[in-house]
Design a protein around this ligand. Structure first.
Ligand SMILES: C[S@@+](CC[C@H](N)C(=O)[O-])C[C@H]1O[C@@H](n2cnc3c(N)ncnc32)[C@H](O)[C@@H]1O
Length: 459
C-alpha cells in the first residue's frame, strides 16, 4: 500500500535530512546551526545538495499547509507585509550591523536602540517578530543577537562608515540591499497590485506608478534627485543577487568558447557588469561592452576600478551609456546577451528591445538570454516540459511540480516585476511565442537551476 501524502512528505523530510547530514559528515563538518552566524562552507555551491534542500523545504512547507488549520495559514500569509516591513526596518536601522560583534551573549534592546537612535520598545518588538520567524535570536528576555539568517544582513562596511555614508553603505552587501529594495519600493508598490489588476487604469504602466504617483519608469525614478540611495542600493542588490547564481551557469562553453579576439560581446542592460566580469576572466579573448543607463554606467566604472581595473585599462572591457529602446549603437556584435533584463518589461517593451537587437545583428550574431522560466505548479507538457523542472527529474510524490516555496524564486520575482514595472517571468510557452515576433529563433535551451540560457539566432 502506498503511503499517505503526509507520510510520504515526512519520509522526504527524513531522507533529505539524512542526505544533508551525511554529506557534511563526509567533509568532517556538522550541519550549520541556526543559532550561529553564517559561515561559508565548501558545500554551499553543491547543486545536488541544493536540490535536496529545495525538496526538503517543499516537503516541510507542504506538511505545514496540510496539517495547519486553514485559517492559521491565512493568518500567517495575509499579513506577510509585516515580514517585509520589519526586515526593511532592521536593515534601515542597521540591526544586524549593531549585533555583529554581540556574540552568543547578545545585546540588550536599550543598548541596541541607543546605537540605532530608535525607541527600545519598538526596536525590541521588531526583533522579537523576526526572532519568532528564525531571523535574529532572542537569547534572554529583551537581549538579541544575530543568527545564521540575520547575520547575512550585515554590511561589508563598519557601523561608523554606514552612518557616515548611508548612500554608499550597500556596496558589497547584496542581501541587505535586496531587503532594502523589496521592503521600500517593492512593498509600497505591492499594496497597489489589486487596484492595478482590477481597474487596469489607462496610462498607468504598473502598480509602482499608482503607489508613488510616478509617470516614468522605475529607472527614471532612481535617477531623480534624492533617490541616490535607492538607485545605488538597487545596483548592489542586483550584483549581490547575481552572486547568488552559480557562476557556471553563465560561463558554460556553449555560449562563448568559439569567440576570438575579433569578436565583440555586448552585455545589454548589464548594470555594473557582474556577468561580464565572470566572462572576461573565463574567456579573455573577445572584447566586452557593458551597456546601461548613464548613471549606472558611472557606478559601473567604480565597480571595475575597484575589482578589475586592468580590464578597463587594456580596453578589453568598455562601459557605455545606452538606451535599449533606441537603435543599438554596436552593430554586428558576435553576441548580444542579457541577464534578467526582459523580465523587467511587458511583452510590448520586450518586443521592442529584441527588435532593436535584431536590427543590429548579422546573420552570424547570437543572442544569449539568461532568464528564469516560470514553472507551472503542475507538470508541464510539450517538448520543453523539462525546462520547467527545478531539478533533473520531476519532484517526488506528492510535491508540487514547481516545488512550491522550495522553488519559489521564480514566482517571487514574477510578483516583484508585476509590482514595479508590469514585467513578468514568462512560462516556456510565453517565451517561445515572444521570440519570433522580434525576428529571433531559438537554437538551444540550457536549463541550469533557477535560470535558463537561451541561444537565439536571426530568423
Ligand atoms: C534587472 S537589472 C539586470 C542587470 C544585469 N543584467 C544583471 O543581471 O546584473 C536591469 C538593468 O536594465 C537597466 N536598464 C533599464 N532601462 C534601461 C534602458 N532603457 N536602457 C538600458 N538599460 C536599462 C537597469 O539600469 C538595470 O541595470
Amino acid at each position: 500500500m502506498s503511503p499517505s501524502p503526509l507520510t510520504a512528505l515526512a519520509n522526504l523530510v527524513s531522507s533529505s535530512i539524512q542526505t544533508l547530514e551525511a554529506a557534511y559528515a563526509k567533509e568532517g563538518l556538522v550541519f550549520p546551526s541556526l543559532d550561529e552566524p553564517f559561515a561559508p562552507s565548501p558545500l554551499d555551491n553543491d547543486q545536488v545538495l541544493a536540490q535536496t534542500t529545495r525538496v526538503l523545504v517543499a516537503a516541510a512547507a507542504q506538511i505545514i499547509a496540510t496539517v495547519r488549520p486553514p485559517m492559521d495559514t491565512i493568518q500567517d500569509y495575509a499579513p506577510a507585509m509585516y515580514m517585509s516591513a520589519t526586515l526593511g526596518t532592521a536593515v534601515d536601522i542597521n540591526l544586524a550591523d549593531i549585533l555583529k560583534n554581540s556574540g552568543s551573549q547578545g545585546m540588550h534592546i536599550r543598548d541596541i536602540a541607543s546605537q540605532s537612535g530608535t525607541d527600545p520598545n519598538k526596536t525590541g518588538r521588531i526583533l522579537r517578530y523576526l526572532s519568532s520567524r528564525h531571523i535574529f535570536r532572542e537569547v534572554t528576555p529583551d537581549v538579541f543577537t544575530n543568527n545564521r539568517v540575520s547575520s547575512i544582513l550585515t554590511r561589508a562596511k563598519s557601523l561608523a562608515e554606514i552612518k557616515k555614508d548611508p548612500v554608499g553603505s550597500f556596496e558589497g552587501a547584496g542581501p541587505a540591499a535586496f531587503v532594502g529594495h523589496v521592503a521600500d519600493e517593492g512593498l509600497k508598490s505591492a499594496a497597489y497590485i489589486s487596484e492595478y489588476v482590477r481597474e487596469q487604469p489607462a496610462g498607468i504602466d504598473a502598480p509602482f506608478h499608482l503607489a508613488l504617483n510616478e509617470k516614468g519608469s522605475i529607472w527614471d525614478w532612481y535617477d531623480k534627485p534624492g533617490n541616490d540611495l535607492r538607485g545605488r542600493r538597487f545596483n548592489s542588490a542586483m550584483s549581490g543577487g547575481g552572486d547568488m547564481f552559480p557562476p557556471a551557469i553563465f560561463t558554460k562553453d556553449v555560449y562563448w568558447k568559439h569567440l576570438t579576439e575579433n569578436d565583440v560581446v555586448v552585455d545589454v542592460g548589464g548594470n555594473v557588469g557582474t556577468v561580464t566580469m565572470l566572462l572576461v576572466k573565463a574567456f579573455p579573448k573577445p572584447r566586452y561592452i557593458i551597456q546601461d543607463i548613464a548613471k549606472v554606467i558611472e557606478d559601473g566604472k567604480n565597480y571595475w576600478n575597484d575589482k578589475f581595473p586592468e580590464a578597463l585599462a587594456d580596453g578589453r572591457v568598455k562601459l557605455q551609456a545606452a538606451n535599449f529602446f533606441e537603435p543599438q549603437a554596436v552593430k554586428g556584435a558576435a553576441v548580444y546577451f542579457m541577464r534578467l533584463v526582459l523580465h523587467d518589461w511587458n511583452n510590448v517593451a520586450c518586443k521592442k528591445i529584441l527588435t532593436n537587437l535584431r536590427a543590429a545583428a548579422l546573420p552570424s550574431t547570437k543572442l544569449v538570454l539568461f532568464e528564469a522560466i516560470m514553472p507551472h505548479a503542475c507538470p508541464g507538457t510539450g517538448p520543453y516540459a523539462y525546462a520547467t523542472r527545478t531539478g533533473k527529474e520531476d519532484p517526488p510524490y506528492p510535491l508540487l511540480a514547481n516545488l512550491g516555496v522550495g522553488g519559489g524564486f521564480a514566482t517571487m520575482i514574477d510578483m516583484q516585476m508585476l509590482a514595479l514595472m508590469d514585467g513578468q517571468t514568462p512560462t516556456i510557452e510565453e517565451w517561445l511565442d515572444l521570440f519570433p515576433t522580434a525576428g529571433w529563433k531559438l537554437d538551444e535551451l540550457h536549463v541550469d537551476g533557477p535560470l535558463a540560457g537561451f541561444i537565439l539566432s536571426p530568423a
